[in-house]
Write a protein that binds this ligand. Sequence first.
Ligand code: SF4
Ligand code: SF4
Length: 332
Amino acid sequence: MKTISSLLNEDWYNRYKRISKLNIRSSIYDVNNRCNLRCKGCFFFSSDEDKVADEERDLTRWEAFIDKEKARGVNLAILIGGEPSLSLDRVDAFYQRIPTFCATNGLIKVPRDRFPDLMVGISLWGTEEDEIQLRGRDTFAISSKNYAGDAYTYYLYTITPRQIGKTEGIVRKIRDIGVKVHMQLLSNDEDVDGFSWQPEELIDIRAEMDDMLDRYPDTVISSKYYHKIITTGKMLGRPFGWNECPSVTESFDNRDPQPKRLIHFVRWASDLTTTHRCCTSETRDCRTCKDGAAHMSWVMVNKRAHMRSAEDFQNWIEVYEMFAKLYRFIPW
Ligand code: SF4
Ligand code: SF4
């Protein structure tokens, strides 16, 4: 295998040094089992993950649990739900203890006087029409007012096949309110007609995502290698799926041989005892999984495999930087 210094010039080496010290250890937490929306294709509700555990309502138990998570080595708590903004005391318990990221639909503003630098990712599923069709309302109309100009917020734009040709309009309206955007692809867990990806659509959307990154580099947080990985489902010739997925909860991981994986990763249900199989839907077929975080983590845990050429290793650095920016381990 080649050495890192033989693969990189000084600029790339400095970029590598900046991320090589981060040692990110993330886990995911269902803050509650409730939401103020019911989106078609929501992985949480479509797989009945809201029914597998009763919410822990005693805040002191949350605090003790988070202290144990910190002692276990977690240095990035990713809060999902349900909708975390419906349980701000629990969000606060994390925020006081561990670097915390809060995924939200943006309808309720996380108050900045209480959470001045909490990292927030707002879900967005497309144009007004698509949002109304899939989520029942135009969430951007509200979330954009709540978070315009917010330096600790980005939109997590879930692209559906219907978005081909429309992504620029979305990126521009996010740019115009002074917020960043990251893109991922819908997995269509509820088989909504017309929202499953066809091979030619994945080719088209990859080109469009690349174009958005080229034309809006100050707004789009992404990398072309990430676009390639999520649209082809392949990395270095290997197909994504259960045998390769890095985001499997440790206690569910009976794979032999063990692939490279996120160290001590767990996705906890809101009773603080039950765990879910992975970072996304319990019932999703891994062969159709397009989960963006799982794909970027897949690249990140396979560092050595990318050390076969300068281009491969630079791709690895770019994906790692993208992840580190999204969770504010390094500046945008
Ligand atoms: S806002 Fe998020 S958690 Fe709520 S229903 Fe939609 S996808 Fe699910
Ligand atoms: S559904 Fe996706 S994230 Fe979950 S185990 Fe399968 S490949 Fe991994």
